[in-house]
Structure formats: C-alpha cells, structure tokens
Design a protein around this ligand. Structure first.
Ligand SMILES: Cc1cc2nc3c(=O)[nH]c(=O)nc-3n(C[C@H](O)[C@H](O)[C@H](O)COP(=O)(O)OP(=O)(O)OC[C@H]3O[C@@H](n4cnc5c(N)ncnc54)[C@H](O)[C@@H]3O)c2cc1C
Ligand code: SF4
Length: 492
C-alpha cells in the first residue's frame, strides 16, 4: 500500500493542462507532463483496497465500471509512490498492450469506481498510467520483443484499430505470423483517423506501430478486404482470421434539407483535419471552418472533437446541439458508485470554446427540425425547437416539443455527430458471418463467428465503444485464436 494515511493527507490534484488560448494556436496535446512529486502524492492516496473496484471491469447499465482490462492499479500506484517506475511499468504491461493510448484518452472507468470516490475525489489513476508508460519510452525501457520461435501458423487481422493491434501483438508474441490488413493509408484505426491530435498525438500511435513492425508484424495498408483482396483469398492463405473492422457506419440525419452543401459527417471532417496535419493529400474538397458559423449536431465526444477542431481552424462561431438536458453536477440516485459517474464535466473542447468566446458552446435539449439552404443550395440556417424529457404511461423516456421555443440559427457549416449505426456490412457479408443488430454475431469471451476459423473482436462485435474495450477484446480474442490453433494457450 502507498501511504496508509495518504488519502486523508493529500487532495486529488487534477491533470495539469496547457492554457486553453495558448493551445488553440497549435494541434499539440492539450495536457502537460505531470510533475513526478504530484504523481507520487496521488499514488500515496491509494488505499490498496481489499476489493479494488478500480481493477475489475464489469458492465453496469451498459457502461464500464472499473478497468475492463484488469489493470493491476493498486500495485502500480504503490510502486509509483515508492519511485519504482520500472517495476510499475512491468506490472502495467502485464495487462495493457498500449497504456500510452488509454493513459491519454480513456474516460477512466477505474476512477469512477475508485473507493476513495465514496468520500471524495478518486485517485488520479489515468495520469499515473500515462506517466509510467511515457517514462518507459523516455528511458528506453520499451524495446522490440522479437519472438525467438515461430509456430508456423498464420493469422490475418482485418482492421488496425486498437482491437486489431492488441490481437496482433498478443498473437505475434505467441509465435504466430501475423498480417494486419488496413484500408487506410496509415494503421491505427480511430486512434489515427478519428481521435484528434490534441488528444492523442499521432507520433505516439506511429511509435507503437513501428515497434509492432520491428517485432515482426506485417502491415498491409491501402488494402480493403472484400475489394482489393477477397475473403476467399484470405481463407486460403491463413489459418485464422480476426475481423476488427470497427463500427464506423455513421448515423445520418433524416431531415428536410440534409442535402445542403456545407453539411458533413463528423468523421469526414475529423479525418481530413488529421490528414492535413500529417501532410497527406485528401481527394475531396477540404472542409475548412475558418471564418464560418459552425454548428455541431450531437452532444457526444465526437461532437466535442469537432468543436476543438473547428476552434483551431479559427471558426467565426461554434455551437453544439445536444438532445439531452444538461447533466447534474453530482451523481443522481440512479447513478451510484461504482458506476461511471454521469455528471456535468468541462471537456477540453468546452474549456477552449469558453476561453475563446466567453461561453460554453453547448445547447441542451435541442431538436433540429429542418436545414435551410440558399438558392444555390448552400447551407444558410438551422431551425430548431426545445425539447422536454418526460416519461410515457409505461415509464419509457420520451421527448416532447415545447411550443413557442422555435429558433433559427445562421450556419455555414454543420457537422453531423449523432453516433454510429454499427459495423460496415459489406466486408462482413463477404465473409458470410452472421450479423445481428449491425454487429458481428460472436459471443464476448469466445469471439468465434459462424464461419470456421473466422473470429471477430472490438467495435465490429460490440458496437462503437471505447479503446480500452477494444484492447480487452483484442487480447482476449487472441487467446481464443491461440487455443484453437495450438490446442492450448500461453496467452493471458
Ligand atoms: C471521433 C471519435 C473519438 C473517440 N474518442 C475516444 C476516446 O477519447 N476514448 C476512447 O476510449 N474511445 C474513443 N473513441 C472510440 C474508440 O476510438 C473506438 O471504440 C475504438 O477505436 C474501436 O477500436 P476497433 O479496433 O474495434 O475499431 P476502429 O478503431 O474503428 O478500427 C477499425 C479499422 O478497420 C479498418 N477497416 C474497416 N473495414 C476494413 C476492410 N474491409 N479492410 C481493411 N480495413 C478495414 C478501418 O479502416 C479501421 O482502421 C472515439 C471514437 C470516435 C469516432
Ligand atoms: S479503488 Fe482506488 S483506492 Fe482502492 S485500490 Fe483502486 S485506486 Fe486504490
């Protein structure tokens, strides 16, 4: 245990960030390197609970509570408090293939479940995780681990997001020859084209891909499975295949005027912005928010990333519409510990918008009724109405329009960020795997599809989720694949 009285002596110290107006001038990560003494104090706050809820990932009401990959959190909290960083890294890498990703962008369900949360703010677990892995790279402790024996078995992985990368890493370490197919020009899935650079620097993703290549994993980029290479060809060449194609089919607005010029899917916008940053050519006209009145439809994290991107492109104004009311400042009775807290927070994008314009860009309980364009078909304005959340006779949540609350918003650019329908189906159909509710039909913990030798993991199986779940599924699925290939498995 860190310091028996640590949680009584030290308060939680929040992540130190760069100043919002400063960071809007560039695309670098918005957080700073956290000072070592602060991290040690936070490690000292850990109580080394007999039942560490932080460490055991379960799902409550559809959300993660505790760490889905079973990170050995109390152990590395203690080691960091004692300054034993190398030992902390060894413990961290036992459960997490890519702590440099989760340490930066995981919503940290571990912290929502931390026992200290019962009486005050949780241990800053995520900051400690990031510091351990960053120190590992800085000190050269992370080196390629090249397997010294090969099994002769070949595995193909379709999709190079965190699920595909985690599965590839595990199977490569087990001695199998792994090839990852990716349709994009870079590996990483949403780590590369999705999550903006200011949350997760693309050099951090690239560094990991380089390491995986050095360890023997073959990446075949710019290759769409089902188009550039068929499922039959893969089945003939490989002993097992894992489908990690994600759940990137975006939900669209079905509104009058949707076809107006200037209305874009959030993902197209975010992908283009990252490509420009990386000096990669985009084939379609570049979507630039400079000097424009921008509205983001959708109150989630993807929408927040659009806000932060548009701010960096120097938009004229920015508003984000959310369907739901503002969240409470403290947990409601229906959202008790150890569930992930569903409370009002200031995400990085909202801090930045507030610093730039003096107010939070979020508008709550808004329903867009129609999109109006000018006589050239160019977007001109959005018409909205305020909604009231209530319940019907059966107790189901319903939304009612508030008469007289109609409003017109001038707009030059609109980003549609209302979530994802599920996996893209053509490639799944090409493999002949069963599909249920726009996801591959394969059980969590088993990952086998109805097609012999074909497995599925990550968002393609679970629906749009979190990086940490993708890593969990990639690791776990690798174990099942190893078992099916070898009759026993060495993987955790
Ligand atoms: C904008 C945005 C921001 C997010 N921010 C966060 C965050 O801050 N924290 C967090 O935890 N989660 C976040 N998420 C969710 C997280 O990124 C995903 O849950 C995670 O990336 C899923 O991993 P995956 O490997 O299953 O799929 P993906 O990351 O979606 O990767 C799938 C890959 O498969 C490739 N592919 C698909 N079809 C084919 C084919 N036929 N042939 C070859 N390749 C193919 C795709 O090009 C893609 O590279 C965010 C999601 C979005 C959209
Ligand atoms: S729940 Fe919190 S206090 Fe308890 S072991 Fe985990 S991090 Fe430490």
């Amino acid at each position: 245990m860190g310091k028996p009285t640590g949680f009584l002596e030290y308060p939680r110290e929040e992540t130190i960030e760069r100043k919002p107006l400063q960071r809007l001038k560039d695309w670098k990560e918005y957080t700073k390197k956290q000072p070592e003494d602060m991290l040690k104090r936070q490690g000292a706050r850990c109580m080394d609970c007999g039942t560490p809820f932080c460490h055991i990932g379960i799902e409550i009401n559809g959300a993660a509570a505790g760490c889905p990959i079973g990170n050995l959190i109390p152990e590395w909290n203690d080691l960091v408090y004692r300054g034993k960083w190398k030992e902390a890294l060894d413990r961290l890498l036992k459960t997490n293939n890519f702590p440099e990703f989760t340490g930066r962008v995981c919503p940290a369900p571990c912290e929502g479940s931390c026992t200290v949360e019962l009486a005050g703010p949780a241990v800053t677990i995520k900051n400690i995780e990031k510091a351990i892995i960053d120190k590992g790279f800085e000190n050269g402790w992370i080196q390629p681990r090249i397997p010294n024996k090969r099994t002769g078995k070949k595995v193909a992985i379709v999709g190079s997001g965190p699920a595909g990368l985690a599965a590839a890493d595990q199977l490569n370490q087990a001695g199998h020859s792994v090839t990852v197919y990716e349709r994009a020009d870079k590996a990483g899935g949403l780590l590369t084209y999705g999550i903006p650079n200011m949350k997760l620097d693309k050099d951090v993703v690239e560094r990991r891909i380089k390491l995986l290549r050095q360890e023997g994993i073959d990446f075949i980029l710019n290759t769409e499975v089902g188009k550039d290479i068929t499922s039959e060809e893969l089945k003939n060449q490989f002993d097992s295949i894992i489908l990690c194609t994600g759940a990137q089919k975006q939900r669209d607005l079905t509104l009058p005027g949707r076809e107006a010029e200037g209305v874009h899917f959030a993902m197209n916008y975010l992908t283009q912005a990252t490509k420009r940053l990386l000096n990669i050519e985009v084939s379609e006209p570049f979507i630039d928010a400079e000097g424009k009145n921008v509205i983001v439809i959708g109150g989630g994290d993807t929408g927040a990333d659009c806000v932060a991107t548009a701010l960096r492109q120097k938009c004229k104004s920015i508003v984000q519409f959310g369907k739901h009311p503002k969240l409470p400042d403290v947990r409601s009775d229906a959202n008790m510990w150890p569930e992930q807290p569903n409370i009002f927070t200031m995400d990085y994008a909202y801090e930045e918008a507030t610093a730039q314009y003096g107010h939070d860009p979020r508008e709550y309980s808004v329903q867009t009724k129609k999109i109006v364009s000018d006589h050239n078909g160019r977007l001109k304005e959005l018409h909205t109405i305020q909604m009231k959340r209530t319940s019907d006779d059966a107790g189901n949540m319903v939304f009612e329009e508030i008469p007289g609350s109609e409003k017109v918003w001038p707009a030059d650019l609109v980003f549609v960020a209302i979530g994802f329908e599920g996996a893209e189906l053509p490639v799944l159909k090409e493999f002949g795997v069963e599909i249920n509710n726009n996801k591959v039909n394969a059980k969590h913990g088993d990952y086998r599809t109805n097609v012999d030798g074909v497995f599925a993991a990550g968002d393609s199986r679970r629906g749009q989720s979190l990086i940490v779940w993708a890593i969990q599924e990639g690791r776990d699925c690798a174990r099942q694949v190893d078992l099916s290939l070898m009759g026993s498995t060495v993987l955790p």
